[in-house]
Design a binder for this molecule. Structure first.
Ligand SMILES: *[C@@H]1O[C@H](CO)[C@@H](O)[C@H](O)[C@H]1NC(C)=O
Length: 193
């Protein structure tokens, strides 16, 4: 049980890599990801625009990003226009090479300015495992609760057993004392002592 939990947790820490790349405003950039089936993939991205004055990159909120994902059979499983910063998610249904393409919705006719795109793709193991980990956690919490209840019951039982023994001892002492007195009276009455 424990080992199984650990294996699942380890597999959740699966593949994750962050990078950034440069593209021209109208360029399209694609990545190929090896993904097993029934796997959830989360991509976080952010677009920045090259600023020739500072030679640095600044946020570019007015631009939108198209994200297109194709499965190994070239079927489009995600195609959407997102904001300049955000997250896309999809779940694979066929194992193999998935193509993830990103391009801006810039309407500029020529190549335009240079963009820097920060991208971080996380591919977990099987999506069902998230549910399973959750289930394991619930089960562990329940076992903890049961253990606590059981401990409380046995503690209170112990206490009662203790009081019961004390009561029994008192009764025995009283009975003994009463018998001794009674017998003493009896022997004295019969003048045997
Ligand atoms: C690109 O997308 C962004 C965000 O959706 C939007 O604000 C902007 O108007 C779009 N630009 C063009 C040229 O379509």
């Amino acid at each position: 049980m424990m080992t199984r939990g650990l294996v699942i947790v380890a597999s959740l820490l699966a593949v994750t890599h962050a990078l950034y790349f440069h593209i021209a405003e109208t360029e399209r950039k694609c990545f190929i990801e090896e993904i097993p089936d029934e796997t959830m993939v989360i991509g976080n991205y952010k677009v920045q625009l090259h600023d020739p004055n500072t030679n640095g990159y600044a946020d570019y909120p007015s631009i939108g990003m198209h994200v297109e994902v194709k499965d190994p059979e070239e079927k489009v499983i995600l195609s959407k226009l997102y904001l300049s910063e955000g997250r896309f998610t999809f779940t694979s249904h066929t194992p193999g090479e998935h193509t993830i393409c990103l391009y801006s919705n810039s309407s500029s006719w020529f190549a335009g300015a240079q963009l820097r795109i920060h991208l971080d793709i996380q591919a977990g193991e099987h999506t069902q495992d998230y549910v399973q980990v959750d289930q394991i956690q619930k089960e562990q919490n329940y076992q903890r609760y049961r253990e606590e209840r059981f401990r409380q019951t046995s503690e209170s039982t112990n206490q009662r057993v203790l009081w019961w023994s004390i009561g029994q001892t008192l009764v025995l002492v009283c009975t003994g004392a009463w018998q001794m007195r009674h017998l003493k009276g009896f022997f004295e009455a019969k003048k045997l002592v």
